[in-house]
Design a protein. Structure first.
Length: 74
C-alpha cells in the first residue's frame, strides 16, 4: 500500500482525490497489446480504403493506451 500525503494534495490541487499511478491505469499487459496490434496491422495492410486504415490505426492506439503505451496514430 502506498503512502499518500493528503495535505500536499489539498494544497496543490484543492482536492483529496489521489491520481492513480501508471501501473493502476493499465488495463492489459504490453505483451497482449502487441499481439492485438499485430493483428490490426495485418488488417490495416489488407484494407482497401483510407477510412478502414484510419479505423485500424485508431483501434491500435486504443489498445496501446489500455496497456499504458503512447499513441502513434493521431
Amino acid at each position: 500500500m502506498a503512502y499518500v500525503d493528503y495535505a500536499a494534495l489539498i494544497d496543490k490541487k484543492g482536492t483529496t482525490t489521489p491520481t492513480p499511478s501508471k501501473e493502476e491505469k493499465k488495463l492489459m499487459k504490453i505483451e497482449d497489446a502487441n499481439k492485438i496490434i499485430r493483428i490490426l496491422q495485418d488488417r490495416w495492410n489488407m484494407a482497401t480504403c483510407q477510412d478502414e486504415k484510419k479505423e485500424m490505426g485508431r483501434l491500435a492506439d486504443e489498445v496501446r493506451v489500455a496497456a499504458g503505451m503512447k499513441k502513434v496514430n493521431s
